[in-house]
Write a protein that binds this ligand. Structure first.
Ligand code: LLP
Length: 433
């Protein structure tokens, strides 16, 4: 359990504490479902990446969890930020994040978003399509550019989060000269410098060999780009993707070791092709924030179907964590105030939404006497849970509380019924207030 909990998690007389605060107290104070984010863990993971690559060569992937306080913290830590929409960019600028340390992604950036990038003087844009190049030219954007390449490798992960294969909506394929033609076109832009190449092969990856193959193909491509276009990549951004453990069967790869291995592959392949070794950049999301947070829920109903199964239903579900339903993600759970209780038979931990697919964990061993009102903790829920949350069934999204040295700060407030109704209009178009 240790590895999937935040670094500061402790068991005190059977009760979970994070950041020096009892989980039960946090649940009472802020309600449930509640995302509890441990600042110390976030900082430690961010610093590990900083050690591996240099803090200014690490662009935290905002899509994993993005809010103003996180952007402020990243700025304090000296990390860069990867945004992929105008909304993430707005969040960063609202936080006063230094825009020169932002890299702007997206396979369909609108003209308005590219204009935003220009107005905010975003440091780098990762170009994903020829249409985007046209828009960049029309707007007169001046950011440095990286060309996103799909190297034709399949990362061993869920197909929804594979992105490096030829058949992908992202980037320019190496096959058939597509990427070379795009690079040629990008180099003709007067207002922008093409500083390098970007590759992101997928997410929740444990098997590093896909990175090796991607690097090999990139080196071959860049040797041709040098010969045909006289192009040298000063920067190589290899995206994010390192997996984390969500349950006790998995092992979290060490970012420093993994990136040492990637760096060695880059040096080997680039030197073998007579290329200068470019500066290396990464965009980790999940491996920084994933294990920094847990989600707390209250048990509301327990349904025992004799000889079939027991459903333990909590006060959240697929609206705050869609990952089990969408990707078959497997999490762990335990009772946050009875950690020392012996585990009972398997139950299904379900949510409160109106569909049978609303299951958080199919088989989990909670204590046999789990009761209504118990506090359930699901670890390793910092990444792609809150950021993918919805208002399905008109359920308000949870609060996010950051804990640190015995203090808690609500960095995102819980939504209210007012928030749910704020944009609704009556049949005649009038507002409700
Ligand atoms: N860079 C780019 C260009 C990306 O598309 C992504 C993730 C990352 C970096 C960060 O990857 P990470 O280090 O977090 O694996 N919703 C899915 C994950 C989608 C990932 C999308 N792109 C999930 O819940 O598993």
């Amino acid at each position: 359990m240790r590895e999937i909990l935040p670094d500061t998690a402790r068991e005190v007389s059977g009760r979970l504490e994070i950041g020096g605060l009892p989980a039960g107290e946090l649940a009472d104070r802020y309600g449930t479902p509640l995302v509890v984010l441990d600042r110390a863990t976030f900082e430690a993971r961010a610093r590990a990446y900083g050690k591996a690559l240099g803090a200014d060569h690490v662009f935290y992937a905002g899509k994993a969890l993005c809010c103003v306080a996180i952007c402020e913290l990243l700025a304090e830590l000296g990390l860069g930020l990867d945004v992929c929409t105008g909304g993430e960019l707005e969040t960063a600028t609202a936080a006063g994040f230094p825009t020169e340390n932002i890299v702007f992604h997206g396979n369909n950036k609108s003209s308005a978003e590219l204009q935003q990038a220009k107005d905010f003087a975003v440091g780098r844009i990762v170009v994903d399509s020829l249409d985007e190049l046209d828009r960049i030219e029309a707007i007169g954007a001046t950011s440095d550019l990286l060309l996103r390449v799909t190297p034709g490798v399949e990362a061993h992960t869920h197909e929804f989060v594979q992105t490096g294969q030829e058949d992908s909506k992202f980037g320019f394929g190496l096959e058939g000269g597509v990427a070379m033609d795009a690079l040629k076109r990008a180099l003709q832009l007067k207002a922008c410098n093409v500083v390098g190449i970007h590759v992101h092969i997928g997410s929740q990856i444990f098997e590093m060999s896909a990175f090796d193959l991607a690097v090999k193909r990139l080196a071959t491509f860049l040797a041709r780009a040098r010969d045909e276009l006289d192009f040298t990549a000063a920067e190589l951004n290899l995206g994010g993707g390192l997996g984390i453990a969500h349950n006790e069967d998995e092992m979290t790869p060490d970012p420093v070791g993994s990136w040492d291995r990637i760096r060695a592959a880059v040096e080997r392949e680039f030197k073998a092709n007579g290329l200068e070794v470019p500066e290396l950049f990464a965009e980790p999301g999940r491996s920084i924030v994933g294990s920094a947070a847990v989600t707390l829920y209250r048990v509301g109903t327990i349904k025992k179907i004799p000889g079939v199964r027991t459903y333990v239903s909590v006060d959240g579900g697929m609206s705050d964590n869609i990952r089990p339903a969408l990707y078959g993600a497997r999490y762990e759970a335990f009772l946050a105030e009875r950690m020392d209780a012996p585990k009972g038979p398997r139950v299904t931990l379900s949510g409160k939404h109106c569909e049978s697919g609303d299951v958080l964990i199919h088989d989990v061993h909670l204590p046999a006497d789990t009761a209504v009102g118990d506090l359930v903790c699901i670890p390793a829920t910092g990444a792609y849970t809150f950021s993918m949350a919805s208002n399905y069934n008109r359920v308000p999204r949870p609060a996010v509380v950051m804990v640190w040295n015995g203090e808690a700060i609500e960095i995102v407030e819980r939504e209210t019924d007012y928030d749910l109704l704020r944009l609704d209009r009556r049949l005649d178009g009038s507002s409700l207030t």
